[in-house]
Design a binder for this molecule. Sequence first.
Ligand SMILES: Nc1ncnc2c1ncn2[C@@H]1O[C@H](COP(=O)(O)OP(=O)(O)O)[C@@H](O)[C@H]1O
Ligand SMILES: [Mg+2]
Length: 145
Amino acid sequence: MGEDTLYQKTFTITGSDFDKAGEVSTQIKAILKAAGLDSTVIRRVASASFEAEMNVVIHADRGKIDFELTPTAIVLTIDDEGPGIEDLELAMKEGYSTASDDMREMGFGAGMGLPNIKKSSDDFHLESEVGKGTTLRITIKHDEQ
Ligand SMILES: Nc1ncnc2c1ncn2[C@@H]1O[C@H](COP(=O)(O)OP(=O)(O)O)[C@@H](O)[C@H]1O
Ligand SMILES: [Mg+2]
């Protein structure tokens, strides 16, 4: 946590828990609304955190989202334990998905999550270790309040 952090909270995510899926991004959205941030910024953060949260639910075993609000940015670090990603470049391609048929039946697996997270972010950093897990760190800037 940086010394200019205004607010910090860590949320946990459970893999395959579709009843709770999306709750973390809903909570993050509420925090940003209460902080009085611009609705465009809130939408970008909410869509990125939802996609990142769903990636843990769908593709990993368990994970955490660390949320930090600073005077100039929102920083999200999504860290999971899971299979990891073998080919990061391929995973970033629009339409690429390894989601199972069951997941696709539930409406997931469009392969647009990671590319859209990158588009929503001012800074995007993805790293992964096969057999261990994945860490995604994104920054979305906002105007000083
Ligand atoms: N947290 C993760 N753990 C393991 N694999 C992941 C994770 N996030 C993404 N991936 C891999 O990257 C692919 C592309 O992700 P994404 O663009 O979000 O599409 P989708 O989730 O619809 O498959 C996934 O299908 C999966 O193979
Ligand atoms: Mg996805």
